[in-house]
Design a binder for this molecule. Structure first.
Ligand code: NAD
Length: 347
């Protein structure tokens, strides 16, 4: 009791007295937040967990997945095997660690979901409803759930796609993300759930392998360039898509989650943009590092998915509401990919 009085009254009072900004007081009050990351062994989770542990402390970020994670995740803090379809195990972990925030990353991605329609729909929808329900009943203070540019479809304006526009997705992944956005907004409006979301474009990183998305070529191309000086692209010439380098995606995620609630005006999901390019433009940039690099094309079923997505994104709402800014352009991320991947392969 004495501790509580001390925390609630004395510390804030002293903070004001010594002239600390309200932001610092907030950090103090939030320092006991415990974060659960679900789907932490994937492309985003591998990097996000490390960043969240820097912010909240290693032991306050619980990583979880149906499979083991990379050593940097397994060895730097708690890790639990969790199948998000198992609601009682989820509840058990939330109680065990006194979790206050959930980052829900588990999903079937665009290309894989087209091959496993029912699993894609079930996993992408039920995982979200399990987590939203926990927050609705007061167990969780804040949720992060990523959406995707896959919410747009062939009837959406493709250039500089606005935040609010026609959305008729024609993939199971896009349909699940669009339905998810509607549920997030509904739970916020109806039950005051603090859920936040970003429509990620295609993400490119060197730390973890991509998990079966339509934009994965933009990661594979670097590995094949280093190994074989050549790549056969499953997306065709001229397929321009919105993309983002992973450090920017992690920054966007953390900035949105740390923004004051009143700044988060969109509770479906925010458009965010980095760069847009097609395979040939990426190859031209790669040739600045490897002049003899060869790119050939063999489009497959993923071409139809890519054709239904925008070429570029208008993210002015994210920039205005919570100060989003990307750092990496095509040249900067290509350089960084080569530096890090070459180191990785040399090890
Ligand atoms: P990923 O496929 O690399 O990782 C997903 C993780 O979820 C995997 O480690 C997988 O083992 C785990 N998982 C699968 N089924 C599970 C279950 N039943 N219970 C618990 N975990 C389970 O995906 P990612 O690229 O890290 O994407 C994370 C989120 O971001 C997804 O919601 C995805 O739709 C979204 N997103 C990603 C991209 C991208 O380019 N990577 C773009 C747009 C949106």
């Amino acid at each position: 009791m004495t501790k509580l009085i001390y925390k609630l009254f004395l510390i804030p009072f002293l903070a004001i007295f010594v002239g600390l900004k309200p932001f610092n007081m907030l950090s103090y009050m939030q320092e006991k937040d415990v974060v659960l990351v679900i789907g932490s062994s994937g492309q985003i989770g591998t990097e996000l967990v490390v960043r969240l542990r820097e912010i909240y402390g290693d032991s306050n970020v619980v990583a979880s997945d149906i499979k083991d994670a990379a050593p940097e995740v397994m060895e730097s803090g708690p890790f639990e095997i969790l199948d998000i379809m198992d609601r009682s195990k989820l509840n058990e972990l939330v109680a065990k660690y006194k979790v206050t925030q959930i980052y829900l990353l588990a999903a079937l991605l665009s290309a894989t979901a087209e091959q496993h329609i029912e699993l894609g729909w079930n996993l992408n929808m039920r995982s979200l409803s399990h987590v939203l329900d926990l927050a609705r009943h007061g167990h969780i203070k804040k949720i992060y759930w990523p959406s995707s540019i896959a919410v747009f479809g062939p009837t959406t304006p493709s250039l500089n796609t606005p935040q609010y526009t026609v959305m008729e997705p024609n993939t199971v992944y896009g349909i699940s993300k669009q339905a998810g956005e509607r549920w997030c907004e509904y739970y916020h409006n109806r039950f005051n759930v603090d859920v936040r979301s970003i429509r990620y474009p295609g993400l490119i990183g060197w730390k973890a392998a991509p998990g079966g998305g339509t934009t994965d070529y933009a990661v594979h191309i670097f590995h094949e360039a280093i190994k074989n000086n050549a790549y056969e692209s499953f997306l065709d010439k001229g397929t321009t898509l919105p993309m983002m380098y992973m450090p920017d995606a992690i920054d966007a995620t953390v900035s949105l989650m740390e923004a004051p609630a009143e700044n988060v005006k969109i509770r479906s999901s925010y458009n965010v943009a980095g760069i847009s390019f097609d395979p040939e433009e990426l190859a031209a940039e790669i040739r600045k590092h490897m002049p003899n690099f060869e790119l050939t094309y063999k489009p497959d079923y993923r071409q139809a998915i890519a054709n239904s997505w925008p070429a570029s994104i208008d993210d002015s709402h994210a920039r205005k509401d919570w100060g989003w800014q990307h750092k990496y352009d095509l040249a900067a991320f290509t350089e960084d990919m080569f530096v890090n991947l070459k180191k990785k392969y040399n090890q």
